[in-house]
Write a protein that binds this ligand. Structure first.
Ligand SMILES: [Zn+2]
Length: 550
């Protein structure tokens, strides 16, 4: 790569909330892939006068690099035909650019190109079955422009469940440490704790935190507590990442609050909160419980969340929460696939279109916005659409516009089916409009801090030189969908709105210490039950070094 080692971005209006910089005109200096305090006079420069400068975007929760995504791609060939993705015109000194397909689950190279085209330079795949981690690493290898990592699924893992059942919580912790290291993962993910195991055993699902899982001495509450404690004891940079029980069910806010309360005082991240903030149920119509849920989050600094906003238009639901997908398939009539991942988890996929004229879709859309607009701390309630579940990452600019521009929001609200919106905060009128500084927090600085990525999401000396420069535009969605420049590790990859370089990103992973005394027992478990030999299970060599712990 012939990128200059040094670059001075001059005269831009800088939003760097982690360093208290809120719209100041100043230079940003880059040397050898890092932000530096200053550069000698005469260093190459990039004129950003009149433009907005932010750190590169950080996506804390997305589904773009997994075996499940590959199943989804195969399930929606019709989307590929309507959104072909020609190879971008990369510079001649770059490796050949790749064509692909778009739609709600773009092909790997196209995913990297399109994320970079929106100014995002870091993203995590939030649900990877440990057994299929090797597949995810192969997909990340083919997803350029992004530093990336994976969260591995543990909330329905048979070995782990056995330890919890036996009261062996220390052994569960050490197993979690081994699993993270073996799979090259970054964080621990729980999806519907115990519910997928129940689905696989014929119980259909669990609904309460103290339900017995498959008739065993095992509850969702014990799974939540064990993995939250394990994550904190292993001193992982990101706390346990939780998709609660009862996703998508009317009245589920009570389960969400109970899950938060059971972990009170412990760090925990609750993902796609929108899908878990529904009132009603038990014969009552669906309603918004966003105010109740966000009030709890506002008052508890140990809790963080991403919203999982629903955007009107096509999406594809991909989740380890297999029982939910069965219900969605039954209620929507859309095509469905269900996948069993032997000892570890499950998966279901259903393509879906969120229509503003559909009452439940309109309610979901409103609840997401209410969570954003009633949140008192943007550092702890960050932006996601649970790509591609609530909508594609490609709709982030439109979502940012909804947050920043009340008139656009109100216009969409007028078009939405009002049937279930009465009594909700959005229908009552929410005047708040996010500032550019708050957008910089929920799309970069906040997710980076929640992920424990010290070199991401800010522009202070020592940070990775990932920078996005937007031209101002009265139309917020246009501004955020077409950055003028994107800089990755000091190299200008988007120039004048065109992707010109597509470097391979870094792999973000951890290798926590754990007591190896657990391994003989894990090996016995593999020998007795697994289709893969213990020796062949770890993913093997990965690029780069794991992040330092602690
Ligand atoms: Zn998700």
């Amino acid at each position: 790569m012939s990128a200059p080692d040094r670059l001075r971005i001059t005269g831009g209006t800088v939003y760097d909330p982690a360093n208290g910089v809120d719209g100041e005109v100043r230079d940003v200096c880059i040397e050898a892939g890092r932000i530096v305090e200053q550069l000698p006079a005469g260093a190459p420069s990039l004129d950003a006068r009149g433009m907005v400068v932010m750190p590169g975007g950080v996506d804390i929760h997305s589904h773009f690099a997994s075996s499940s995504c590959n199943h989804a791609r195969r399930l929606i060939p019709d989307e590929h035909a309507t959104d072909p993705a020609p190879a971008p015109p990369l510079r001649e000194d770059e490796p050949p650019a790749r064509s692909g397909t778009g739609g709600s689950v773009p092909s790997t190279f196209t995913t990297g190109y399109r994320y970079a085209g929106l100014g995002y330079t870091t993203a995590f795949d939030a649900a990877v079955a440990p057994l299929l981690a090797r597949h995810s690493h192969a997909e990340l290898d083919d997803t350029p422009c992004l530093d990336g990592g994976i969260f591995v699924l543990m909330g329905n893992d048979e070995y782990l469940l056995r330890q919890i059942e036996a009261g062996e919580r220390d052994r569960a912790r050490d197993y979690a440490g081994w699993l993270l290291q073996s799979t090259g993962a970054y964080a621990v993910k729980i999806v519907n704790p115990g519910g997928i195991e129940a689905w696989k055993s014929g119980q259909r699902n669990v609904t309460g935190l103290d339900d017995a899982v498959s008739g065993r001495k095992l509850t969702p509450r014990a799974i939540l507590e064990t993995l939250a404690d394990a994550t904190n004891a292993l001193r992982l940079p990101h706390p346990v990442h939780i998709h609660c029980n009862n996703l998508g069910v009317a009245g589920n806010y009570a389960t969400t609050l109970a899950s938060m309360e059971t972990l009170a005082g412990r760090r925990a991240h609750f993902t796609h909160l929108q899908f878990h903030s529904y009132g009603g149920g038990d014969g009552m119509p669906w309603s918004s419980a966003a105010a109740k849920v966000i009030e709890y989050v506002n008052r508890h600094p140990e809790v963080s969340a991403d919203v999982g906003q629903v955007m009107f238009g096509p999406g594809t639901t991909i989740t380890a929460d297999a029982p939910v997908e069965y219900l969605l398939h039954k209620s929507s009539g859309r095509r469905w696939t269900n996948i069993d991942i032997e000892l570890e988890t499950g998966c279901g996929i259903v393509p879906l279109t969120y229509k503003d004229k559909a009452a439940v879709s309109a309610l979901q859309w409103a609840i997401g916005l209410e969570l954003f607009l009633l949140s008192e701390d943007p550092w702890r309630v960050v932006l996601s659409t649970d790509h591609p579940n609530g909508g594609s990452f490609q709709s982030y600019p439109a979502l940012i516009q909804l947050l920043m521009d009340r008139s656009v929001r109100d216009e969409q609200l007028k078009l939405a089916n009002p049937k279930l919106l009465g009594g909700g905060a959005l229908a009552d009128g929410l005047a708040r409009e996010y500032t550019l500084n708050e957008i910089a927090i929920v799309t970069r600085a906040g997710p980076a801090r929640l992920l424990g990525l010290r070199d991401k999401g800010h522009l202070g000396p020592g940070a990775d030189a990932d920078v996005t420069i937007y031209g101002r535009d009265p139309d917020i969605a246009t501004m955020f969908s077409t950055p003028r420049y994107v800089i990755k590790d000091g190299a200008v990859i988007v120039e004048e709105g065109q992707l010109r370089r597509a470097p391979i990103g870094r792999r973000l992973r951890v290798a926590p210490g754990y007591d190896e005394a657990v391994l003989p027992d894990v090996r016995r478990h593999f020998d007795a039950y697994a289709s893969v030999a213990f020796e062949n299970y770890p993913v093997g060599e990965l690029p780069g070094e794991p992040l330092a712990i602690g």
